[in-house]
Write a protein that binds this ligand. Structure first.
Ligand code: NAD
Length: 502
């Protein structure tokens, strides 16, 4: 399939040109090259970024290092840092429409959804501000008369933050405010496909009072600017969200200097449905879970594992509801599913569907690209008769494609759910407490939803088992992730001598 991208200008939009933020200054890249971002929903250029280089990454890392070793940020009180984060949260909320618009045109996601993500992001900045003031270590007054032990939590240092294109503002907000709360300094690299809202965040943080060099934002491709951020000896930690392949490479790169690594990677998330479930609720959640963000979502519920007794009825009803999902212009407030990120990615999604059909799966709805006279779009697609060994059932398609598998016993459902490389999230649907809890305890994934799907809160940790990642974001320990512990072992009075006579 060759995807023809149809251009449709966005009324009133002028191409926006961005610079990079290094050491408190907005600068061009060392080589002066730029990257053009074409809006996936409209097929026209909407933004122009600096194509950063290794030299730019090194300047940004040097600025972050200086700001950490000599600057005010790590030495401020937590209360002062917390106030800066709260001011930033207010400004994010004030500029939410502008930020959401940039995320929608660059990623192709629906504008209503982008606005929801901005609301969630502002909440995360507030949550991090609260945690900043509760970061503390431990003390041990139980080690005998001569000893007092104090365990300090110290900011880990310079953190490289690398983010993907599917939730541009939300994902940087799952990392940066917690690193800042701990007192770290940072170099941030957004995806080269969706850099605008992160660059605007730089303006917001300057205005909120973050000192120069504490947050540096550089743009460009992964190999050019991302890779040096993972290898440079002056970086202490890498916090990465993206594909499992690049996550693996990031870990190997960081291993050369033994940096701490936090990874949020891919998923192939099952929803297991028993015959006693509230099927009306589930069918709504299945369509939402599979097509939200056009399925370009690490948490997409892309594998339905349905009990054999209900599989035909449920598949029919999901197919009927899929036909009603509103696919279209990301800027239309009624749109539920927007555009696919690039023409190449659309081809990859369609390729998974063709391969599954060749291998014996049946297309219950959709299955092809949609010609809407603009940009590039994929029809919401449901495939039945999928076997667990097919690529579409095991690999991350990252498109609006739902695979239906079936089971007879609870053990079989658990086996199918766990028989892949990923373990990010899962859902279970049943009115029976024992059934939900058995699945909740036995399926190996970082989040298990029971009778709901893809809910979340800043308070709840998020992350993956196995090849879905390493470490957790959000939750009450999120700031601790960006710290080192240091033991102060203090002695009072005469020591018991080793050889010196007492
Ligand atoms: P990607 O891995 O291609 O890119 C992610 C980031 O890494 C981008 O900024 C990219 O420029 C950079 N990068 C690429 N090569 C690099 C290199 N050699 N060194 C350093 N950085 C490099 O991922 P993507 O296509 O942008 O995003 C989609 C993927 O992200 C999916 O697999 C999805 O599941 C995953 N994701 C996971 C979560 C989660 O929380 N688990 C959330 C969102 C997305």
């Amino acid at each position: 399939m060759t995807v023809l991208v149809k251009p449709k200008p966005i009324e009133g939009h002028k191409v926006r040109a961005f610079q990079m933020l290094i050491d408190g200054k907005w600068v061009d890249s060392a080589e002066g090259r730029t990257i053009e971002r074409v809006a996936p929903g409209h097929g026209v250029t909407v933004s122009r970024y600096q194509a950063g280089t290794k030299a730019d990454a090194e300047k940004a890392i040097a600025a972050a290092r200086r700001a950490f070793d000599e600057g005010a940020w790590p030495r401020m009180t937590a209360s002062e840092r917390s106030l800066v984060l709260l001011r930033a949260a207010d400004m994010i909320a004030e500029r939410a429409d502008e930020l959401a618009y940039l995320d929608a045109i660059e990623s192709g996601k629906p504008i209503s959804q982008a606005k929801g993500e901005l609301g969630g992001a502002a909440d995360i900045w507030r949550y991090a501000a609260a945690l900043a003031r509760d970061l503390h270590g431990e003390s041990y007054n139980t080690l005998g008369d001569g000893t007092l032990g104090v365990v300090l939590r110290e900011a880990i240092g310079v953190v490289s933050i690398i983010t993907p294109w599917n939730f541009p503002f939300l994902i940087v907000s799952q990392k940066l405010p917690f690193a800042l709360a701990a007192g770290c300094t940072t170099v941030v690299k957004p995806s080269e496909l969706t850099s605008a809202s992160t660059l605007l965040l730089g303006e917001i943080l300057e205005a909120a009072g973050v000192p120069s060099g504490v947050v540096n934002i550089i743009t460009g491709t992964g190999p050019e600017v991302g890779a040096p951020m993972t290898t440079h000896p002056d970086v202490d930690m890498v916090s990465f969200t993206g594909s499992t392949g690049v996550g693996r490479l990031t870990m190997a790169n960081a291993a050369q200097t033994l940096k701490k690594v936090s990874l949020e990677l891919g998923g192939k998330n099952p929803q297991i449905v028993f015959p006693d479930a509230n099927l009306d609720e589930f069918i709504d959640a299945a369509v939402f879970g599979a097509y939200f963000n056009a399925g370009e979502c690490c948490n997409a519920g892309s594998r339905l594992i349905l009990h054999r007794d209900i599989a035909d009825e449920v598949t029919r009803r999901i197919a009927a509801l899929s036909a009603k999902v509103k696919v279209g212009d990301p800027l239309d407030p009624e749109t539920q599913v927007g555009a696919i990120i690039t023409p190449q990615h659309l081809e990859k999604i369609a390729g998974y569907v063709s391969a599954a059909s060749r291998d014996g799966a049946a297309v219950a709805h959709g299955g092809t690209a949609l010609d809407l006279g603009m940009g590039q779009f994929m029809a919401p697609t449901i495939l039945s008769s999928v076997r667990p060994d097919m690529a579409v059932a095991r690999e991350e398609v990252f498109g609006p494609v739902l695979s239906v598998l079936t089971f007879e016993t609870t053990e079989e459902a658990i086996r199918i759910a766990n028989a892949i490389d990923y373990g990010l999230s899962a859902g279970v649907w049943s009115r029976d407490f024992d059934t939900c809890l058995t699945i909740g305890r036995r399926v190996r994934a970082g989040t298990i939803w029971m009778n709901t799907f893809m809910d979340g809160a800043s308070e709840l940790p998020f992350g993956g088992y196995r090849q879905s990642g390493l470490g957790r974001e959000l939750g009450r320990h999120a700031v601790e992730d960006y710290t080192e512990t240091k033991t102060l072992n203090m002695h009072m009075g005469a020591r018991t001598g080793w050889w010196m006579p007492r």
